[in-house]
Structure formats: structure tokens, C-alpha cells
Design a protein around this ligand. Structure first.
Ligand code: ARG
Length: 577
């Protein structure tokens, strides 16, 4: 009954729902969650169902009696050893060792390790990274890049057709200021060596001048109007600014192993803005207020959103509404996911609401995160920029190199550097991904590079160690093929590891559904703990033939799950550290 490539939870939940329906033919069970959850504590079985309690409340009956009725009626699926009633009416479900072993064998034979194809024929657009041309680039963009990319990988792994879209901030009033500033005081040498920093400097200086000097403001405005009207010279400058910015970003994307399918910045939607506002007016959603056009969202408890300013210019909200309409028409996505820092929550709530009122069917999700505190000397969150970000990555690699030199002094220099790159970048990414996004994190090198805590190097090291067990086995028993032996689960720690391994697919599904890579990180850390107690307590190379091969296969599967799982976080797994 339990098939690989379908979540165990999903199948057990379906079975519970069916059994309860059979128990209570007259009751309306719609809307009651009759499913199971993985038990957190093994004294409550492997999975647990609390539906009897929910139903009892609904039907005003006794939960334990309902649970008893369930037990009396239930036809146990192949995978289930026994069920028990516990406490006020929980149903604890215990899986058969043999059934678990079959699941593991199926995972070993499948290069996705049993992931369900949930996303078949569904397109998901993930809007992430999205830095602004010539405006200060901050740590928020990097968090967006790393978190967005992991969500991207999780969805792809589940079979979704993912479109990763880098929605660059490449349009807006700042370009008048930048063009004027560029003409008047650009430092051409600086533009060659550190273009994004110089563009930032031009923007900030010109912006400050516009605050003090109305004449400067008017000239900047004139440059902007020329750009908007398609003036060839200003157009060319604008393109040059984008190109300079992107060439620096692409260097970082490459180092972080991040790739986009589309780079459609705000400018892409520019000629759809007037039409968007018209649509809002026709739908009765926009009204005049002090010369501006606004959407009044007070009914929904949200602040007013301006969609056309009193000077006729459009803004961020208008562009985002146009973007949703355009993406929906072109790609029919089932969901659009936006990844930005928490300061943009109101903006997203506002335009999601407006889209809903426009009857746009697409599910819209804002994934937000708090800012991370970094070592002050390296990178300040207020005035961060690309150069400093690269310095952070350089420092991570340099520090990782020290670690690798200690752990593998015999490795060639080149290999050490290659491993240090994977470890250093992995450490930065994992620090970002393993956190609850809502909490404020302080980054420390000690935590990021810890070999003995919840960190990337720890997990990478666990992987490398497990991979070496296989090699040791092959050296000692060159003539035996472990794959010819069945998996058998006899020891307690072995069974615990097995249960954790079978939960890989559920961890991927949950991480994707909740848009939380930290679920994946927690799972992998947990798995590595289960492996470590298995490794310490159960003999394998010294065990007799049979259990020995079974355990080698468990090792192999653990290594694959760690490798694939870390890959979903965008983290590499060198064979040695
Ligand atoms: N460019 C924006 C910023 O840096 C982020 C854009 C996010 N995506 C969107 N469709 N609004 O703040």
C-alpha cells in the first residue's frame, strides 16, 4: 500500500480519514483534519493521529471511545505493525521494521531519494535577490539571494517548473539624479575599478544636492523626463549603469552558485503602468486624493497605497501590480513567491490585497526575513555594498582554509583551496538558511565555522566521514557487493536512523510548503545526530556478514540524503575535509 515517491504521512493520513469515515458513516467529517503527524517522541509511536479528539469535540462524544472504534474498525496497511490508543484519545502508529527497510531500499534505488513529484505541470515564479541599480546594495539583498535560491532548489526538486526572476530595481526617479551626477562629477577611474560603489556615491551625492538646491533638482528632473521620452544619450547611460551593476552582481551570483531564468527589472513593466492604473479606476479601486490617485485599503486595515503620484509618476506598488498581471498572463503560475527583508511587509500586503480585488487568481506569497547583524568591521547593514560583501566571502574562504589545513595537512594546496571554498561559502549560506527568518541573528565566525555544532562545516564533515566508511568497507571486502544484501533493522539506533531517513521527502515538502529552508537545515542536523549515535553504538565493519552489509547500505543512504539535502540549501559536499 505505501508507495515510494508518495509521502508516508500522506498515505497514512488518507488511511486514517478513510477509517474514520467508515466508523462514522452519518457524520459530516468535512473540514476536520483527520491526518497524522510524525511523532516527535518515539514513546508516542512513529506517527500519531489526534483526530479522535477533534471529532469528539465536533460530535460531542468521547474521544477515547472514538479512538477505540477506530482501532476496532481499522484494516492495518502493510507498513503498519500496530496501533495503540494513548492519553485522552491519541492513536499511536508503529511502523514495521520490514516496511521501513522496504522504504529505504526504494530510496536507494531512486535518484531523487523518493521525492514526490508534487509540482507536475505547475509553474512557480520566485522573485528574489532583486537589487537596485546604483542604490546601496545591502545585506538584505544577499539574504534574499541565499534564501530565495534555496526555495528555488526545493521547488525544483519537487518537480515544479520554477522561474527564478531577478526583479532589478532599474527604473525610477533616481535615474535623473544619477545621469546628472554622472555628467557633472563622475570619477572615471573609480567607475572602472569599483563601478557599483562609484554609482552609489554619485547617486547619494546628487540626491543630497537635490535636497539643498532646487535648480539641481529641476535639472535632474529634466534628465529623467528625457530618459522617459527615450532620448538616445540618456538611454545609453541608463543601460550602461545597469550593465555595470549586473556585471558585479554576476560575479557574486557565480560565487554563490545562483542562476536566474529571467532578469526582468521594473523597467520591463514600464509601459504597462498607465493601463494598470486605468484598470484600477475601472474596477472602482482607485480614487483621487490631493492630485494623486490612491487605493483606499482602510476597510482591510491597511494604509492607503498611492498608485499615481501628484506629478503623474507611478511607483513601486503600481509596478508590482503590473508585474503580477503580466506574469499571470504569460506564465499562468500557481504561485508567485517574493523574498525580501521584513521592512517591505506593508508594501506586499497592500498590493496583494489590490490584486485580490482585481480577481487575479494567482497565489501570492511574501517570504520575509529580519536583517542579520554582521561583524561591524566587515560589513555594515546600513551601508553595505558589493565590495564589502565580496570581502566577507573572501574572509570565509580564508578562515575555512585554516580549518582544512589542520584537518587535512596532506591534501595538495589546490585541493585545500577548493575544499575551503566549499566550506567557507557553505558556512555563510548555512548561517542564513538555518535560522528562523523572523529572528534577528548575529553572525559570528565561531558559530558559522564550528566543527561541532549546527553549522555547514559540521554537516559537510559528517558527510565526508560517512563517505569514508564506504571506502573502508570496499578496501576491506573488495569482493562483496553490499547491494546484494537486504536491509535489516535490528538495533534501536539503527531503527531510529531508519525512521529519520524515511522522513527526507517530508522534510523537503514541508520546507517548500512553508518556504522555510530552516526546516531542511533542522532535518539534516537531526539526521546527522541520529547517524552519530548509530555510528558510536552499532558495530559495522566488525559486524558479521549480513548486518554488516545492511549497515553499509544505511551509511550510503545517509550520505546521499546529506548530500542531496545540503544541495537543496545550495551547499556543496566535498568528499574530504
Ligand atoms: N528592488 C527591491 C529592493 O531592493 C526588491 C524587489 C522585490 N521584488 C518585488 N517584486 N517587489 O528593495
Amino acid at each position: 500500500m505505501i508507495k515510494p515517491n508518495q509521502l508516508i504521512e500522506t498515505q497514512l493520513s488518507a488511511w486514517c480519514a478513510k477509517t474514520f469515515t467508515a466508523c462514522l458513516p452519518a457524520a459530516d467529517l468535512n473540514g476536520v483534519n483527520l491526518g497524522v503527524n510524525a511523532s516527535r517522541n518515539e514513546q508516542f509511536g512513529d506517527y500519531q493521529c489526534d483526530a479522535a479528539m477533534k471529532l469528539a469535540k465536533e460530535l460531542k462524544s468521547n474521544p477515547r471511545a472514538l479512538a477505540q472504534q477506530f482501532v476496532d474498525t481499522a484494516d492495518l496497511p502493510d507498513l503498519v505493525e500496530k496501533i495503540e490508543i494513548a492519553g485522552p484519545g491519541f492513536i499511536n502508529i508503529y511502523l514495521k521494521n520490514e516496511g521501513l527497510a522496504n522504504q529505504l531500499t526504494a530510496m536507494l534505488g531512486d535518484n531523487t531519494l523518493g521525492l514526490p513529484n508534487l509540482g507536475k505541470n505547475q509553474t512557480v515564479i520566485i522573485d528574489y535577490s532583486s537589487p537596485n541599480v546604483a542604490k546601496p546594495m545591502h545585506i538584505g539583498h544577499i539574504r534574499s539571494t541565499v534564501i530565495g535560491n534555496s526555495i528555488d532548489r526545493l521547488y525544483r526538486a519537487l518537480g515544479y517548473n520554477v522561474i527564478a526572476d531577478n526583479h532589478l530595481g532599474d527604473w525610477g526617479t533616481q535615474f535623473g539624479l544619477i545621469i546628472l551626477g554622472y555628467r557633472e562629477f563622475a570619477d572615471m577611474d573609480a567607475l572602472k575599478t569599483a563601478p557599483v560603489e562609484e554609482l552609489e556615491r554619485i547617486y547619494v551625492t546628487s540626491y543630497n544636492m537635490s535636497k539643498e538646491d532646487p535648480a539641481w533638482r529641476d535639472r535632474a528632473k529634466a534628465e529623467l523626463v528625457k530618459l522617459q521620452q527615450g532620448d538616445a544619450e540618456n538611454r545609453a547611460l541608463w543601460e550602461k549603469f545597469i550593465e555595470l551593476t549586473l556585471s558585479e552582481f554576476n560575479r557574486i551570483y557565480k560565487r554563490l552558485d545562483v542562476a536566474f531564468d529571467l532578469y526582468r527589472g521594473e523597467s520591463f513593466y514600464n509601459d504597462q503602468l498607465a493601463e494598470t492604473v486605468e484598470k484600477l479606476q475601472q474596477a472602482g479601486l482607485a480614487e483621487e486624493s490631493n492630485g494623486a490617485l490612491i487605493c483606499n485599503l482602510e476597510d482591510d486595515g491597511l494604509a492607503v497605497a498611492i498608485v499615481r503620484k501628484s506629478d503623474g509618476g507611478y511607483n513601486y506598488t503600481t509596478t508590482d501590480i503590473a508585474t503580477v498581471a503580466s506574469r499571470t498572463a504569460e506564465f499562468q503560475p500557481s504561485e508567485i513567491i517574493y523574498v525580501t527583508d521584513d521592512r517591505q511587509q506593508l508594501h506586499f500586503r497592500q498590493f496583494f490585497h489590490i490584486c485580490q480585488k482585481l480577481n487575479i487568481p494567482t497565489k501570492l506569497t511574501h517570504v520575509w526575513f529580519g536583517l542579520m547583524r554582521l561583524p561591524e568591521a566587515t560589513f555594515s547593514t546600513r551601508e553595505g555594498n558589493v565590495i564589502k560583501l565580496e570581502a566577507l566571502l573572501d574572509e570565509a574562504e580564508a578562515r575555512a582554509l585554516e580549518v582544512v589545513k589542520k584537518s587535512s595537512p596532506d591534501m595538495s594546496d589546490e585541493q585545500q583551496r577548493e575544499v575551503a571554498r566549499a566550506v567557507g561559502i557553505g558556512a555563510i549560506k548555512y548561517t542564513d538558511l538555518s535560522q528562523n527568518p523572523a529572528s534577528l541573528v548575529t553572525f559570528t565566525w565561531e558559530k558559522a565555522l564550528a566543527m561541532d555544532g549546527n553549522s555547514a562545516p559540521y554537516l559537510q564533515y559528517a558527510y565526508a566521514r560517512i563517505a569514508s566508511v564506504r571506502d573502508k568497507y570496499a578496501a576491506k571486502f573488495p569482493d562483496i557487493n553490499p547491494d546484494a544484501f537486504p536491509i535489516i533493522l535490528t538495533e534501536e539506533q539503527e531503527r531510529r536512523l531508519a525512521i529519520k531517513l524515511t522522513r527526507f521527502a517530508a522534510a523537503v515538502e514541508t520546507a517548500a510548503r512553508l518556504h522555510r529552508p530552516s526546516v531542511m537545515a533542522d532535518y539534516l542536523y537531526d539526521l546527522s545526530q541520529a547517524y552519530s549515535s548509530f555510528y558510536q553504538n552499532v558495530p559495522f565493519l566488525k559486524a558479521e556478514e549480513g548486518p554488516r552489509e545492511s549497515r553499509i547500505r544505511l551509511c550510503e543512504l545517509t550520505a546521499s540524503v546529506l548530500k542531496n539535502g545540503l544541495a537543496l540549501l545550495g551547499i556543496e559536499t566535498p568528499e574530504r575535509i
